[in-house]
Write a protein that binds this ligand. Sequence first.
Ligand SMILES: Cc1cc2nc3c(=O)[nH]c(=O)nc-3n(C[C@H](O)[C@H](O)[C@H](O)COP(=O)(O)OP(=O)(O)OC[C@H]3O[C@@H](n4cnc5c(N)ncnc54)[C@H](O)[C@@H]3O)c2cc1C
Length: 428
Amino acid sequence: MIDFSVPENIAADLAWADDFVREHVAPLDATFADENVIYDKTHPVHEGYLRPLQQQVKDRGLWATHLSPELGGQGYGQVRLALLNEILGRSLFAPSVFGCQAPDSGNIEILAGFGTPEQQDRFLTPLLDGRISSAFAMTEPQGGADPSLFTTTAVPDGDEWVINGEKWFISSASHAAFFILMAITDPDVPVHRGASMFLVPGDTLGIEIVRRSGMGIEAHGEGNHPYVRFTDVRLPADALMGEAGAGFTIAQERLAGGRLHHAMRTVGALGRCLDMMVERAANRTTRGRSLADNPITRQKIAEAWVELTQFRLQVLHAAWTMDRHGAAGARTEIAGVKVATPGVYQRAVLRTMHLHGALGVSNEMPLVRMLISSVALGVADGPTEVHQATIARALLRDAHDPERHWPSEHLPTRRDAARHLFTSIEGI
Ligand SMILES: Cc1cc2nc3c(=O)[nH]c(=O)nc-3n(C[C@H](O)[C@H](O)[C@H](O)COP(=O)(O)OP(=O)(O)OC[C@H]3O[C@@H](n4cnc5c(N)ncnc54)[C@H](O)[C@@H]3O)c2cc1C
């Protein structure tokens, strides 16, 4: 049967994490609201403040909970992860403090699955320990959602690969010790079979940060999502991760978990919005009355709670499905939360902004940053429309029936089919 209770030991960990994030991690958000600080592991705040916090998380057994125990994680299932991620979603720095910061969290899994022992020694160990950052380079300037437009190539030359091409909006590229990069290795087959994954150390000759592009809230030239060029980048044969042509299979595994985890954290962001609304309404007076007594404000607060509750249940259900059936078996459910995430987040932020008046749109509240994030979540990891198509494809898969002339709900047809059931009853 369905049971919404949380076992006591897990509830205790969640309560600890909640207090810890509010008390010790949130001050980082207030002081350094800059993604670059999160990924630049040479920034003094890492050694001086973050590492001791990370140690406390490790001591509590909550470090990298998404990873299997062989990798130093806790092997949390997705449902348990969802409950923790709700808490981490309230803070920009919390995922880094808890060892589950994207894109490192997914790159760890690729490196663990496909890296050589030497690559793992050099990159996996420090990445697992949160001492380096990494990047995932797939999108290209001329096409993100349509991979058939990708032109970055990897060509064998003796016992080396030579990479040429450009990648766009590559999170944390300026701070990455290595890239997991997708390149075309066989241009003669469809891209889903002709693209491969490579491990590219960040100090390899030929890598150029063309521009440090970034989100609208980041200063020009200082963004954390750079435009990167790879010119005659030479890599050893073992830089190829997995089989040649397996790039998309590897990417899909990685992206599925990432999409779900973003949705889990969005639940936390919605909770934060609701808290802000309630606090504002309860403490603001207009025309001699508390905003909390205003019927329209009450209606908005109720709407916010309903949307949060619906979305939370959808995310938990997708997480449960992934636990039961793996990423492939939860494809529709994950696409469902991916589609729902930006809309529900945007509505929550806009309501909260509006209720705060000028303060809501000012640079003295976190809401503008949250609004940009909500829009970005509709684009990053594939735009909404692509995931809507995935859902529709799954629903339509078995619906075609060449024998069907009238809809199954067609009343005359249904009456004809049902008539024999009643023929023996007198009076009908
Ligand atoms: C915050 C953020 C971080 C990112 N980090 C990374 C990263 O680390 N590594 C990386 O490789 N990429 C990254 N990206 C890039 C991201 O993966 C791409 O933005 C995404 O795949 C969409 O590609 P695009 O931007 O080229 O948009 P386009 O492909 O040009 O799509 C633009 C719009 O066109 C429409 N559209 C596109 N395709 C379809 C379709 N099939 N059906 C209907 N409508 C469609 C949609 O409205 C879509 O929003 C990041 C993006 C963001 C916002």
